[in-house]
Design a protein around this ligand. Structure first.
Ligand SMILES: [Zn+2]
Length: 473
């Protein structure tokens, strides 16, 4: 995902490997992975019963037997082959496993400090790092990670396990020739989910009421940012429908997955977006016609999530028309609200004047200029290249402004145009090539019907609630 592709998400942190706009997890291998995880989980349960591990360390325990277990796919079913008997039936033949001692990496820790805390010395550190293929990776430790140690009866270190994240563990085991490493990656289980919402004041509140996380609302805003102005467009009664993924690990939600498809009905007009990975492996969102949702310009160059519903309600009036003389769109928003570059371009001017206050002008190609006035702070300098969605400043009330707001202007060949209506004349968004369309239609088919069902349920619910209301009046 390019930086240009994550507009408003810029103000929120999310883990790099979250499958958001990134490539979706492969479907079929995933099923196999899920089955493997399920099997491993059973193994863990067996182990937990057998070894006298501190329950608090069970988390670090999950990969123990997986290392010795092979899985093979035969005739479409997963079979498990074990090279050594698991605890249970054959347990009496093997010595019970020595307990693991876990230590959590703290801020300022070195590997040697962690080893020392577990009762091992620098010689052990040296052996593990020097003798195994992935030993060097153990030198990159981060606060919060767990390192577990196992010793034999005489107290010699026999294994070290570095739990980098719930998804990645490296185990170093001593054999006759020294330490050997084994990296294990787990795939989270992907569960599909859906939610719907009816807007009463803002998309943000509707999303929250629909149980969407902040990240998911941001992602929704990113997807529709080229076609909907989430500050000025939403109206009471607009609806949203989202089909998305939740990632689970060991039966518990681990984190948000990505949005599979979403629908936004704004003032009677419905916009659909579907996630699709094309033949080159690039994942993007497209409407049902295969036209990219990513447009040359954002509809609203301001972080709508920071604008309270009160602000929004005030902005529900078509301010643009009534304030036409000053040839721009005003977005009332709290001081400090991030302001985004509406499109990719280069900062042509950044400065201060009595009328404009702190201002930034961005030139997009030969024809287009966008202007951002009354900023509290400028975050970019003249000549700097900016990408769509990049934060270029923050809302303020500098210059001739009565209150904090962003004054936004859009110029085409030097002439002021209404950014809210000019969009239809702007450069066309990329469409999927014809060769991709059959695959695209097939891919979105299920999500498309899901959205349609959710949408009609929403509308039924609204109609029945409005009937109830009129009966009451
Ligand atoms: Zn203005």
């Amino acid at each position: 995902m390019s930086a240009a592709n994550r507009p408003r998400g810029a103000t929120f942190t999310r883990q790099d490997d979250t499958p958001g706009l990134g490539p979706p997890l492969p479907r079929k291998p995933l099923l196999a992975a899920v089955a493997i995880i399920a099997t491993v989980t059973v193994t863990i349960a067996m182990l937990a019963n057998f070894s006298n591990t501190d329950p608090g360390e069970q988390n670090a325990e999950f990969t123990t037997e997986a290392a010795d277990t092979e899985f093979a796919r035969e005739n479409g079913t997963i079979t498990e082959k074990t090279s050594t008997p698991l605890n249970g039936a054959g347990a009496e033949q093997t010595a019970p496993e020595q307990p693991w001692i876990s230590r959590v990496v703290k801020r300022g820790d070195t590997l040697s400090l962690v080893f020392n805390r577990a009762g091992f010395n620098d010689r052990d550190v040296y052996d593990v790092i020097g003798q195994s293929d992935d030993g060097k990776s153990l030198e990159r430790i981060f606060p919060g990670q767990t390192i577990a140690f196992q010793a034999n009866q005489s107290g010699e270190l026999t294994a070290v396990r570095h739990v980098k994240s719930p998804l990645e563990t490296t185990t170093f085991r001593r054999d006759d020739t020294g330490f050997e490493s084994l990296i294990e990656n787990r795939l989270p289980e992907v569960r599909e989910a859906w939610t719907t919402g009816i807007i009463s004041s803002s998309l943000f509140l509707a999303g929250q009421e629909a149980g969407m996380s902040q990240n998911m609302i941001m992602e929704m805003a990113n997807i529709f940012g080229g076609v909907i102005d989430f500050v000025l467009d939403p109206r009471t009664g607009d609806t949203i429908q989202v089909v998305y993924e939740d990632l689970y690990l060991d039966g518990a939600k681990f984190r948000d997955g990505g949005i599979i498809a979403a629908s936004f009905t704004n003032q009677g007009e419905t916009f659909n977006a579907f996630r699709f990975t094309d033949g080159n492996g690039d994942t993007n969102y497209y409407n049902e016609e295969g036209v990219s949702m990513r447009k040359a310009f954002l509809m609203a160059p301001v972080d709508f999530t920071r604008i309270s519903s009160n602000f929004n309600l005030r902005r529900l009036h078509p301010i643009y028309k009534t304030t036409r003389p000053h040839r721009g769109t005003d977005y009332a928003a709290p001081t400090g609200t991030p302001v985004f570059s509406a499109g990719d371009g280069r900062v042509s001017r950044a400065g201060y004047s009595r009328a404009n206050g702190n201002y930034i002008f961005v030139k997009h190609g030969e024809q287009y200029i966008t202007k951002y006035l009354h900023l509290n702070k400028r975050k970019v300098k003249a000549g700097q290249r900016v990408s769509q969605g990049q934060i270029i400043g923050s809302v303020g009330s500098t210059g001739a402004a009565t209150g904090p707001h962003l004054h936004y202007e859009f110029l085409v060949n030097g002439v002021h145009r209404n950014p809210r209506t000019i969009h239809k004349k702007l450069p066309k968004a990329k469409s999927l090539p014809g060769a991709e369309m059959a695959n695209f239609r097939q891919t979105i088919n299920k999500a498309s019907s899901q959205l349609a069902v959710l949408r009609s349920n929403n509308h039924l619910a609204m109609r029945s609630s409005s009937k109830t209301n009129s009966a009451l009046n």
